[in-house]
Design a protein around this ligand. Structure first.
Ligand code: NAP
Length: 282
């Protein structure tokens, strides 16, 4: 079975590397050339374009920035001239409505589709311990399962097309709330004379600590936020959650905070850089 991978950003690159390590034949494509070099050195084939990749591969994954990127890749390349019976799997975080739209587009080309966005950042993606939330037909999920087992520690088939994306926008709402709450807590303690390293130790050792707080602790201590999950993407995801019907008391304040942090120039830093924005805002 030949696997295709489109989108070799922070997540796509390491996820594709795991597919290759698991022994699958892999073709890769990224809009900007050069990002495929390491994978090609490790044995992947660099596809000349989207059409060629879709023609050659049985299952094609996309891991792209946002709804527009995914739509343009499907509409302007991936589906042009694709053979019947293939399976396309979109792992990007997009609106549930976009996943339903893509499924319809695939159906009109006699191609199967799964929305399979992931929870977990670059480290779990590298370790193959993502959580994969899947929407689509059961038989397509069963076909993809061996690959999901390579990419993640858990995959869940949640329902029809769009169900994976619905779960994903929900979990990222929690991520946004927790990230802002952690930033506010550390700053509040600091302003009352408590060292941030000590405060983070208290958080992480106690009931309020979690994997996210542990993962972000080193960057808060250093004050450096190279993007594992770019802040601009949590703004995108909170907007997707609102479009999908999120109407909760914390939704607007959290979106306002991350939007303002993005406007202050932090969009390409990690979402935890919100602590810098809140600190400067005082
Ligand atoms: P990233 O590093 O910014 O990579 C984005 C990818 O999308 C790149 O390959 C980029 O190509 C491509 N792209 C953007 N616009 C495009 C367009 N119009 N046409 C074709 N390709 C386009 O993003 P990432 O962190 O890997 O995230 C990818 C997706 O996973 C996003 O939907 C994100 O919300 C989601 N996600 C991310 C994380 C995380 O921790 N990073 C965790 C869970 C889910 P170029 O290289 O040419 O720009």
């Amino acid at each position: 079975m030949k696997i295709g991978w489109v989108g070799l950003g922070n997540m796509g690159n390491v996820m594709a590397a795991n597919i290759l390590k698991a022994g699958y034949e892999l073709q890769v494509f990224n809009r900007s050339r050069g990002k495929e070099d390491e994978l090609v050195s490790a044995g992947a084939v660099s596809a000349a374009g989207l059409e060629e990749l879709a023609r050659d591969c049985d299952i094609v994954f996309t891991m792209l920035a946002d709804d527009n990127a995914v739509k343009s890749v499907y509409e302007d390349g991936l589906l042009s001239g694709i053979g019947q019976g293939k399976l396309l799997i979109d792992m990007s975080t997009v609106a549930p409505a976009t996943s339903v739209y893509l499924a319809g587009l695939c159906q009109s080309h006699a191609v199967s589709f799964l929305d399979a966005p992931v929870s977990g950042s670059v480290q779990p993606a590298t370790e193959g311990t993502l959580i994969i939330m899947v929407g689509g037909e059961s038989e397509d999920y069963q076909q993809a399962l061996p690959l999901f087992e390579v990419l993640g520690k858990l995959s869940l088939h949640l329902g029809g097309h769009g169900a994976g994306s619905s779960a994903k926008v929900a979990i990222n709402y929690l991520l946004a709330v927790q990230t802002q709450a952690l930033a506010e807590t550390v700053l509040f303690a600091q302003r009352n004379g408590i060292d941030k390293e000590r405060m983070l130790q208290i958080v992480n050792e106690g009931a309020c600590g979690n994997k996210m707080s542990q993962l972000k602790t080193p960057s808060i201590i250093k004050g450096e936020f190279p993007a594992a999950f770019a802040l601009k993407y949590i703004v995108k995801d909170l907007k997707l959650a609102k479009q999908a019907g999120l109407d909760a008391p914390l939704a607007n304040p959290v979106l306002d905070t991350f939007s303002a942090a993005m406007q202050s120039g932090l969009g390409n830093e990690d979402l935890m850089a919100v602590v810098k924005y809140l600190d400067n805002k005082k």
